[in-house]
Design a protein around this ligand. Structure first.
Ligand code: ATP
Ligand code: MG
Ligand code: MG
Length: 403
C-alpha cells in the first residue's frame, strides 16, 4: 500500500505543515490512513496526525470526514467533549502523491483493546456504566444537536482518553516506529539499530523545542491499569467519522459493521439515528460480558443476513410481521406470514436468562441490565429510546441511588 495513491511513508521526526508537527510514533492505521503521534510545536502539545492515502477516492473520503469533523468542532462544549475534536487539517505532498492530513486530539486505547486486555471476561458493571454514559452523551450531541448519524459504532471506534503523558513515553510504537509497512516487523538486526537512532532523533527534536527531557519504554493505558481496571479512567470519546452521515442526507444503503448492524439495515427499510442506538446496546453487552452479542455466519441453505435475523429473534422474540415484511429486501428472508423462509426452528433464550446462565450474572444484575438494554433492541426503530432518554435510565444512575 506504500505506492502511488496509497499510504504516505512516515519516518520518526518527519515534519509536517511547514515544521509545525513532528512525527513521534505510529498510533495505528486503518483502511484509509495511518495515524501518528505528533508533537505540535505551536501549542507545545501532542496530537494525533491522521495521514490519508492519496488516491482520489481517499481524498474524497477525507474531505467528507473533515466536513463532518468541522461541524463537530464548530459547535460548543460541553457535550462535544465526548466526541473527537479536529484541531487542524492540511495537505502534505510526498512521493506517493498528495495526502490530506487531519490533526486530532490525542487519545488512548480503544474499547476493543480494553475488552481484549480483560481477556474477554467482561468489565465490572460500574465501569460499563461510566463508559455507557460517555458514549450516550456523545451520541445525544451528535443526534440531537448536529443531526449526525455515526453509522459505524463499535468498540474499536471508541477511544479512551489517554492518561499517558507522551512526553514521558513518546516513542513506544504500536507496531513499528519506522513504518515501512503497517504490519511490518522491524524488531530485528540492522533495523533495530536504525530504529534506535531514529528514536534518539525524534527525542532530540522534541527536547530541543520543548526544553523537556523525554524517555522511552513506557506502556499503554490499558496495560498500566492492572487487572481490576481500577487505575483506568473510563472517560472515552467517539472517533472515526469516515462513514458518518447527516440524518437528512444519507449516502449508503449498507451501513454498520456486521455484528453491530440494526435489523432495518439488513431489511433495507430505511434508517435514522436509532441505528446508532442499536449498535450502542451491542457495545454495552460486549463490555459487560466480553462477548459479541450477535455473531452471524452463513451456512448450508441460509445466508449471513438470515442467520443474523434468526439470532436477533432468538434473543428478542419474533419480529412483528409488519416490520419483517416491510423492507425492500424482506422478500429474500421472510414469507408472507413473517416467518424466516430458510431457518425454521428458532431456539429462544431471553437476555436476562443468557446473562445469568452463560455469564453468571446475579439475577438482580441480569434483570436490571436487561431492562436497560431491551428497549434499545426494539425491532421498531422509532420506539427505541433516544440517547437523551437513555441517559435518564435508572441503571445508569445506579451509583447515585445507592448513596
Ligand atoms: P478505518 O478503516 O477504521 O475507517 P481509518 O483509516 O479511517 O480506518 P481510523 O480508524 O480513524 O482510521 O484510525 C486508525 C487507528 O488509529 C485507530 O484504530 C486508532 O488505533 C488510531 N487512532 C485514530 N485516531 C486516534 C487518536 N485521535 N488518538 C490516538 N489514536 C488514534
Ligand atoms: Mg476505525
Ligand atoms: Mg475511517
Amino acid at each position: 500500500s506504500y505506492r502511488k495513491g496509497g499510504y504516505h511513508a512516515v519516518r520518526v521526526a518527519d515534519q509536517f505543515a511547514a515544521g509545525r508537527y513532528i512525527a513521534q510514533r505510529k498510533l495505528g492505521w486503518g483502511e484509509f490512513s495511518t495515524v501518528w503521534l505528533a508533537y505540535d510545536t505551536k501549542t507545545s502539545s501532542y496530537v494525533a496526525l491522521k495521514i490519508q492515502k492519496s488516491a482520489a477516492q481517499f481524498v474524497q473520503a477525507a474531505l467528507h470526514e473533515i466536513d463532518v469533523l468541522s461541524s463537530i468542532a464548530d459547535s460548543d462544549p460541553p457535550n462535544s467533549k465526548f466526541v473527537i475534536q479536529l484541531i487542524d487539517h492540511f495537505k502534505h505532498t510526498g512521493p506517493n502523491g498528495q495526502h490530506l492530513c487531519m490533526v486530532l486530539e490525542f487519545l488512548g486505547d480503544s474499547l476493543l483493546r480494553l475488552i481484549r486486555y480483560n481477556r474477554y471476561k467482561g468489565l465490572p458493571l460500574n465501569k460499563v456504566r461510566e463508559i455507557c454514559k460517555c458514549i450516550l452523551i456523545g451520541l445525544d450531541y451528535l443526534h440531537t444537536d448536529l443531526g449526525i448519524i455515526h453509522t459505524d459504532l463499535k468498540p474499536e471506534n471508541i477511544l479512551l482518553c489517554s492518561t499517558i503523558d507522551p512526553a514521558k513515553d513518546p516513542l513506544r510504537s504500536e507496531v513499528s516506529p519506522i513504518l515501512e509497512r503497517p504490519e511490518g516487523n522491524t524488531n530485528c538486526g540492522v533495523t533495530s539499530l536504525i530504529e534506535k537512532r531514529l528514536k534518539r532523533r525524534a527525542r532530540t527534536a522534541v527536547a530541543k523545542i520543548s526544553g523537556r527531557r523525554t524517555s522511552t519504554g513506557g506502556i499503554g493505558d490499558v496495560a498500566k491499569a492492572g487487572r481490576n481496571l481500577d487505575g483506568i479512567d473510563v472517560r472515552c470519546k467517539i472517533v472515526d467519522f469516515g462513514n458518518a452521515c447527516w440524518a437528512d442526507k444519507q449516502f449508503a444503503e449498507e451501513i454498520q459493521t456486521r455484528q453491530y448492524r440494526a435489523p432495518e439495515v439488513i431489511l433495507k427499510a430505511g434508517y435514522s439515528c436509532s441505528v446508532d442506538m442499536w449498535s450502542f446496546a451491542c457495545i454495552a453487552f460486549e463490555l459487560a460480558t466480553g462477548d459479541m452479542l450477535f455473531t452471524p455466519k452463513g451456512g448450508q441453505g441460509f445466508s449471513e443476513d438470515e442467520d443474523h435475523l434468526a439470532q436477533m429473534m432468538e434473543l428478542l422474540g419474533k419480529m412483528p410481521r409488519k416490520i419483517a415484511i416491510g423492507g425492500a429486501q424482506s422478500k429474500d428472508f421472510f414469507d408472507r406470514h413473517g416467518d424466516l423462509k430458510r431457518i425454521r426452528r428458532l431456539k429462544f433464550c431471553p437476555l436476562d436468562k443468557l446473562l445469568t446462565d452463560k455469564y453468571k450474572f446475579s439475577v438482580n444484575d441480569a434483570q436490571e441490565f436487561s431492562e436497560f438494554l431491551l428497549p434499545l433492541f426494539d425491532f421498531a426503530p422509532e420506539k427505541r429510546p433516544t440517547a437523551g432518554q437513555c441517559l435518564q435510565h435508572p441503571w445508569l444512575n445506579w451509583d447515585e441511588q445507592q448513596s
